[in-house]
Design a protein around this ligand. Sequence first.
Ligand SMILES: [Ca+2]
Ligand SMILES: [Ca+2]
Ligand SMILES: [Ca+2]
Length: 257
Amino acid sequence: MIPRLGLLTVALLWCPLAAGQPVTASFSDETASHGEIVTVTTEMIHPDMDGWSFGSCHDPSELDLVSVEDGLALVLDPPAFNTVNLFDGGWTAGVVFFGPGAFFPAATSEIKLATYEVISTEPDHLSSIEFCDTLGSPPVSIQFIPEGLGAPTTFLQTNDGSVLINPLIFFRRGDANLDGLTDLADALTILDGLFLDLDLTCPSAADVDDSGALDLADPIQLLTALFGTGYAIPGPTIDCGVDPTRDSLSCPPATCP
Ligand SMILES: [Ca+2]
Ligand SMILES: [Ca+2]
Ligand SMILES: [Ca+2]
């Protein structure tokens, strides 16, 4: 016969297991500029799972939800039930594995990829992506159910994410030396950058043909525009402006005279 104290010890050791095993669900932190598309990843650190549901909320005046796709973990191990609903201010997800031996094996897993367009023009602003239970009718609750438990874990940690909105970058294409004029000196500045490995302060301004890359075509097109057959440099040229075509080039903020 087990002594009463022993029964209590067994119960205390068993209770945390009955309440579920720890699950951590997180939205990633990303950085993007106005007009850019940015993907926020939902990651889950978990035991073997039978299913889950949650909502993701954002400010629709700052981010425009484009799509929500399965992460690699769900692509490789498709659930029996897998649904996503989009709303003006967020999205909901519900996943269930059922059938003999069906569960989502333990791993650090990317389960969803949510894509947004940054529509806010407010720079240096942190736009939050939060776990929420307010979307849908009836609202979708935040529940993560480990395998065989039949109830949500009570050891759930959710980590909200964010999109840091960069300042808008203004520049004048062709004015590579940033003196407010577009002339021969700029072509030489670009050539020095390409062949003497000198730093170009504002690569976007040096990308004369707006190809998204810096190469010999840029100084040649600038010389053509200045002295040749009237090549028209893509904007922004007269006034400082932002790049109308996204690329990996940039400039320090506030460099446009
Ligand atoms: Ca210049
Ligand atoms: Ca170029
Ligand atoms: Ca561009």
